[in-house]
Design a protein around this ligand. Structure first.
Ligand code: KIV
Ligand code: ZN
Length: 544
């Protein structure tokens, strides 16, 4: 449904997914452009109405992600974020150019606290009242400018949750008058409680002259654990768009979780009488994809998509569920894409077994990727006795980093550790273009540190490791470990990921995939001199 078709009176709630923008703002959740495009396609299959694909002015990578998603992903409206300034709006419009259904989402801070801090300079006004005039004018100008590029414009009053209601109503009236078609009322700091947040929507509806086609939107952060409850309170008070993220990832404690909002409205349709366009069976696969690419594990007891969300441990519960599911279950695992599977998959399973299980899990593998997926399955089946559904999700979601053709490949790695011995590592790496092999050795504070020093030695360049995380993505002693790293070279950070049953090797591969992302970035930026002087030199110069 087009956002402009919605009215406050309808029973349809627009799901505005901001996993790729606010979600990605979570520290350490950086995703590559190909990963974002893959998630956006999955969000379209899931049935979200709007995808906020990024904040184009903030970096070339963000602009590129918005550009690619706007032109490649069919179905949802694609939104780009912009502060209420000309440069941001033009940059969002440029990134969205060529998209079929696009929205510019512009925002400016409205609370006294923000006005005093962000617009402290006297040129914005000498006191809060004057600063409010300036901000109101900036908001109106921004919306008018945005409307010259698209007729779908959203305005957000940042920190609305702590904004004076009189000024909030005034800026909403003014931006609607200027052409805003969606008005978002964010609880930017996660400060509100549900009664208050709902009351703010009721007050806005009372005070403002809102045409029916203007959609009110919630946008809640989870600092007090109330993001979902607040969003629902907003909906009860007339909001018909909810801004949310998969797995609730986002700034600080995160955003309202999409899967929880969707299932509250679905399971309690008796109470709310509202609908979304979400295909709930795809919630779990989508959650896993986001978890893999963001590197943020989903806690086992997470509502809807947690591993334990549908397992019954206590005997009395198991007994009850066996007699009648609804004794302890308010929704079925299958309804949210969690499957309990009787057939075991292992090294003897063929293509048919694999792809029919994937189909039941709601995972579509394009024909062009089936062979590669099957080969990954065979490799994993050689390492694990039994392949679980989590393994399969992981197998299919295997991250794409560092461009299509990697620059480097880790051929072998060995690490030795001992009680009275400094950890030592040795690696052999191949430069894929020249086929040259180089070797490196390193010692470090621990085995992973030693391994990374050995890789740096091999590529003749030292990298700062900003973040290293490892998590078990499947169960058992032979569980798959997934490693995410973030490296820094004094400019943008580069993410790398890998997984395997051998976590030391997976750690090495994750680091090399981050180096590949860095090398691809440099190649793209045509930093040939820089590349030649550093990493590439290690491989390109002929041997004496
Ligand atoms: O939390 C917030 O206020 C935001 C705005 C940009 C909508 O993310
Ligand atoms: Zn936010």
């Amino acid at each position: 449904m087009e956002a402009k078709e919605a009215t406050r009176g309808t029973d349809r709630v627009i799901i505005f997914d901001t996993t790729l923008r606010d979600g990605e703002q979570a520290p350490g959740a950086a995703m590559t452009v190909p990963e974002k495009v893959q998630i956006a396609h999955q969000l379209a299959r899931l049935g979200v109405d709007v995808i906020e694909a990024g904040f184009p002015i903030s970096s070339p990578g963000q602009a590129d992600a918005v550009r690619r998603i706007a032109t490649e992903v069919d179905g949802p409206v694609i939104a780009g974020l912009a502060r209420a300034v000309r440069g941001d709006i033009e940059s969002a419009a440029e990134a969205l150019r060529g998209g079929r259904k696009t929205r510019i989402h512009t925002f400016i801070a409205t609370s006294d606290i923000h006005l005093a801090a962000k617009f402290g300079d006297a040129r914005y006004g000498r006191d809060i009242a004057e600063k409010q005039r300036t901000v109101l004018k900036m908001a109106v100008d921004a919306v008018r400018l945005a409307r010259t590029f698209t007729d779908d414009v959203e305005f957000s009053a940042e920190d609305a949750g702590r904004t004076d209601i009189g000024f909030l109503a005034e800026i909403i009236d003014a931006t609607v008058e200027a052409g805003a078609t969606t008005i978002n009322i964010p609880d930017t700091t996660g400060y509100c409680v549900p009664l208050e947040y709902g009351a703010m929507f009721a007050a806005v509806r009372n005070r403002c002259a809102l045409p029916d086609e203007v959609v009110l939107s919630t946008h809640c952060h989870d600092d007090l654990g109330l993001a979902v409850a607040n969003s629902i309170a907003g909906v009860l008070a007339g909001a018909r768009q909810v801004e949310c993220t998969l797995n609730g990832i986002g700034e600080r404690a995160g955003n309202a979780s999409l899967e929880e909002i969707a299932m509250i409205l679905q399971v309690r349709a008796d109470r709310f009488g509202l609908k979304t366009g979400i295909d709930s069976r795809l919630l779990n696969p989508t959650s896993r994809l986001v978890s893999t690419f963001s590197g943020f594990a989903v806690q086992p007891n997470k509502a809807i998509v947690g591993r334990n969300a549908f397992s019954h441990e206590a005997g009395i519960h198991q007994d009850g569920v066996l007699k009648a599911r609804e004794t302890y279950e308010i929704m079925r695992a299958e309804d949210v894409g969690q499957t309990v599977e009787a057939i075991r998959l292992g090294r003897h399973s063929g293509r048919h077994g694999l792809f029919s299980r994937l189909k039941r899990l709601g995972i579509q593998v394009p024909d062009s990727e089936r062979e590669a997926v099957y080969r990954r399955f065979e490799r994993l089946a050689d390492q694990k006795k039994e392949i679980s559904d989590s393994d399969l999700h992981h197998l299919v979601d295997a991250p794409v980093t560092g461009g299509d053709v990697p620059h480097f490949k880790l051929e072998s790695a060995s690490v030795s550790v001992g009680t009275h011995q400094e950890p030592e590592a040795h690696v052999r790496m191949r430069h894929m273009r020249t086929e040259r092999m180089v070797e490196g050795t390193g010692t470090g504070d621990g085995p992973i540190d030693a391994l990374y020093r050995a890789i740096d030695h091999a590529v003749e360049e030292r990298h700062d490791l900003v973040n290293y995380s490892i998590r078990s993505v499947t169960e058992g002693a032979d569980a798959l470990g997934e490693v995410s790293v973030l490296i820094d070279m004094g400019g943008p950070c580069f993410a790398g990921r890998s997984s395997g049953t051998d976590v030391v090797l997976a750690s090495g591969e994750a680091y090399v995939s981050a180096l590949n992302a860095l090398a691809a970035f440099r190649a793209e930026e045509e930093s040939v001199r820089f590349v030649g002087d550093s990493i590439m030199r290690a491989f390109d110069t002929p041997e004496d």
